[in-house]
Design a protein around this ligand. Structure first.
Ligand code: NDP
Length: 286
C-alpha cells in the first residue's frame, strides 16, 4: 500500500494537492474549515476528518496548504504533530518558514509550489523543499505525486527565498513579454503571432543567463559580447518605438535608469551582468 497522506486545507491549491495524491493511489485523509469543499475528494475515496487533530492522527505524513502562516498556526497544534512529518506548502517569507520550523519541530519541511493548481501533479512542475534532509528523503516518493520535488538544503527558509526570487523573475519576464506584445500589437500583430517568436528568443536569453551566472559569481563582467553602454543605446530604440505608438514605457524607462546607474558607476564597458551591482545595493541610488 502507498503511504497514507493527510492534507490540511482544501482551497484551490490544497484540493489539487489532495487530488494528485489520490491520482497516485495514496490513501488520503483531508480536513478543511469549510467541510463541503471536501465533497469532490471524498467521492474519489478521500476520508474527511472532523478536526485537524483527527486528520493528522490518520497519516505519518501531513501536508498543509492554507491561506497564510497565521492560519497555519491557528489550525495546526504542534503537540498533535508528535511523531509525524509535516510538509507546509503555504506561501510565506523565509523568516516565517524559520519561525515555523522552530514552532512545529524536527519533522518540519517547508515548501513552495511553482505552479497554479492545474499544474499540480505534472512532472514538469517544480515543488521546492527545504528543511531536514532525512524528512525529504523519506517522503520524496509521495511528494513526487505533486510535481518534481526539488530539495534546496537544510535551511527551512530556502524554499521561500527561491520562491520569492523566482516569482520576481516570472513577473519581469511576463511584463517584458506584455510590453513587447503591446508594441507589436500597435502594428496589428496578434499576441498569438508574436508569442512563438518571443518564446524562441527566451531560449537565447537562457544561454545569456548561464554565461552571466559565472560572471556574477566571479564579480567580473567582461563586456566582450554587448556592453551596458551599447544596451543603453538599444533600449533607447525600444523606448522610441513604443512611445511613438502610444505604448506605456514605465518598464523600459526603469530598466534604462538602472543601466545608466551601472554605467555611471564605471560599468559602461562591462556586460549586462554588471547590473547585479545595482540590484545588490552596491551602487548608490540617484
Ligand atoms: P484559497 O483561498 O483557495 O484557499 C485558502 C485555504 O485556507 C482554504 O482551505 C481556506 O479554508 C483556508 N483558510 C483561510 N482562512 C482560514 C482560517 N481563518 N481558518 C482556517 N482555514 C482558513 O487559496 P489557495 O488554495 O489558492 O492558496 C493556498 C496557499 O497556496 C496560499 O498560501 C497560496 O499563496 C499558495 N499557493 C497558491 C497558488 C495558486 O496558484 N493558487 C500557487 C502557489 C502557492 P476555507 O475553504 O474554509 O475558506
Amino acid at each position: 500500500m502507498k503511504q497514507p497522506v493527510t492534507v490540511l486545507g482544501l482551497g484551490s491549491m490544497g484540493s489539487a494537492l489532495a487530488g494528485a495524491l489520490l491520482d497516485h493511489g495514496h490513501p488520503v485523509t483531508v480536513w478543511n474549515r469549510t467541510a463541503e469543499k471536501a465533497a469532490p475528494l471524498t467521492r474519489r475515496g478521500a476520508r474527511l476528518a472532523a478536526t485537524p487533530a483527527e486528520a493528522i492522527a490518520a497519516s505519518p505524513l501531513v501536508v498543509a496548504c492554507v491561506l497564510d502562516y497565521r492560519v497555519l498556526r491557528a489550525v495546526v497544534e504542534p503537540e498533535s504533530l508528535r511523531g509525524k512529518d509535516f510538509v507546509n506548502l503555504t506561501s510565506g517569507s523565509p523568516e516565517q518558514a524559520a519561525e515555523a520550523a522552530e514552532w512545529f519541530g524536527a519533522g518540519y519541511l517547508d515548501g513552495a509550489i511553482m505552479t497554479t493548481p492545474e499544474g499540480v501533479g505534472s512532472a514538469e512542475v517544480m515543488v521546492l523543499y527545504s528543511g531536514p534532509r532525512p524528512v525529504f528523503d523519506a517522503h520524496a516518493p509521495a511528494l513526487a505525486a505533486l510535481g518534481d520535488p526539488v530539495y534546496l538544503g537544510e535551511d527551512p527558509g530556502r524554499a521561500s527565498l527561491y520562491d520569492a526570487a523566482l516569482l520576481g523573475l516570472m513577473w519581469s519576464a511576463m511584463a517584458g513579454w506584455l510590453h513587447g506584445t503591446a508594441l507589436v500589437g500597435a502594428e496589428k500583430t496578434t499576441a498569438t503571432e508574436f508569442t512563438p517568436v518571443a518564446i524562441r528568443w527566451l531560449g537565447t536569453v537562457n544561454r545569456f543567463l548561464t554565461r552571466y551566472a559565472e560572471q556574477v559569481d566571479e564579480g567580473r563582467y567582461p563586456g566582450d559580447d554587448a556592453t551596458v553602454d551599447v544596451q543603453i543605446a538599444a533600449i533607447g530604440h525600444l523606448i522610441h518605438a513604443a512611445g511613438a505608438r502610444g505604448v506605456d514605457n514605465a518598464l523600459p524607462e526603469l530598466l534604462r535608469g538602472m543601466m545608466e546607474r551601472a554605467s555611471a558607476a564605471g560599468h559602461g564597458a562591462d556586460s549586462f551582468a554588471s547590473l547585479v551591482e545595482v540590484f545588490a545595493g552596491r551602487v548608490a541610488a540617484r
